[in-house]
Write a protein of this length. Sequence first.
Length: 612
Amino acid sequence: MKQGIVEVTERIRERSAASRRDYLARIAATLARPRGPDRMGCANLAHATAALPPADKLRIVAERAPNIGVVSAYNDMLSAHQPYERFPAQIRAAAHRLGATAQVAGGVPAMCDGVTQGREGMELSLFSRDTIAMGTAIALSHDVFDAALLLGICDKIVPGLLIGALHFGHLPCVFVPGGPMSTGLANSEKTKVREQYALGKVGRDALYAAESASYHGPGTCTFYGTANSNQMLLEAMGLHVPGAAFIHPHAELREELTAEAVRLVLANAGWAAAAAGDEARVTPIGRLVDERTIVNAMVALLATGGSTNHLIHWVAVARSAGIVIDWTDFSTLSHLTPLVARVYPNGSADVNQFQAAGGPGFVIRELLDAGCLHGDVLTVAAGGLADYTKVPGRQGARLVWSALPAASGDDTILRPAARPFSEEGGLKLLEGNCGRACIKVSSVPADRWTVEAPAAVFDSQEAMLAAFARHELDRDVVVVVRFQGPRANGMPELHKLTPPLGALQKQGFRVALVTDGRMSGASGQIPAAIHVSPEVLAGGALGKVRDGDLMRVDAVNGRLEALVEAAEWQAREVAALSAEVALANGHGIGRELFAGMRRNVLSAEEGACTWL
């Protein structure tokens, strides 16, 4: 292991000692109870099994066979989740073959950020994560299950399911992916049409045709945004069937991998009939996810130029397991982690090409060999993290895993750690008189890592777009969009700003974005200092910036500063959110129901948690 990564892990372990100890003690106490059906009253048990076939009742009550709880984020509006419609029947059949049972314990909401981008519904997106976590808890609160399978892929859904599962840390859990859609219109072509539309060069018909050619069928969107970063991180954490992330929904292998998830979760619950030659073991998720596993996820994110959203989500995930991490940990790890992948928006390839070049298995193998990952962690696969360096396939009727070729299938997409695209990872921490922020640099040209220009300050993305339409931003400019933090309006993604900012940059202007909001997991080539903390509504210094102030966004030296005389800066008041805008932020599209979350939410760097 690289000594620096060992030191970060040890720092996290020491910082988390008390909360992790308490968390593990709660797991131990829960595991010491009799199994669910044995401790339940007869009426309780009768309700839990009332709708089951007689054979399943016999298995649970008389044969003491395990019962798997399935928590599903299925809906057929999300392309990524539409394939989950048929998964419960497959899971029940696989469980029956192993002498066990499975029940759909509950469903959780799953919204599509692609549908809500730039709209009021996006202000519920971040809070949907904790809503999903609570939905997971409700599903598992019947307390009758011996293990859980978690069906979810997209942006807030995997973090929400994982947060919920870690609050049931005594249960063995396996995540079950559905796979990406097939390759459509090249992402570069889609981006070009978006920028042309922003400039008024093409109409709505052309834009819709391009978007429909890109998002065109069942499966996960094929760019490397938050959804596909989720899948990479779950592989690196050992919470998937090895290599399952990017197999297509309708591939022959998909159903076999789903059946293997059933076998693995039962084996992790100690069910010998599922071990199939492996030693039966009890491996609850709360013991599997420790500080080493969290560091492995962080490194995998940095090594692949993954979604900036995970600088928020994985802080919350870690907290759910009694582990405390912060952005300084991410920053330190970024300096120690080679960038080994280029997938759109960090390159031109999509996730199907990434998979063909070697996919997560190549990344994990290279990072292990380079001493960047903890190889001694528990995983749901009996062979540990080494199993995740292989790819699944079929040998006759059997599911087998094979070693990847030594070389990348395409070194424009994946490179060995000894010859990376960059010696450092794709995310950086910025600090200065405006607060702390993060910036994704893996897709930003090196000559744009530092931008110094006058500020143009807006209180909403709509105001910024209107200024762009009036050509008021046709210049070198640092666009500041404030009052976009969790407390102000739920911290929406501001991906709608990418096309106009990209158009300005292509005209030769030096452009950057600074905001206490989020950008999409597919943040592009515009330098964007995001998640500025503290947020302006909480008194953050970004609220002192005024139109015309010279701003410096410096990803080389890790600085975010308003170049204002210190005495004047100290004397300035933080801008106040108008009562009219505050009222609008809290009403319509169900936003009233989330008022409590806005009041109680922690900062972005603290994971934007609403439950602490």
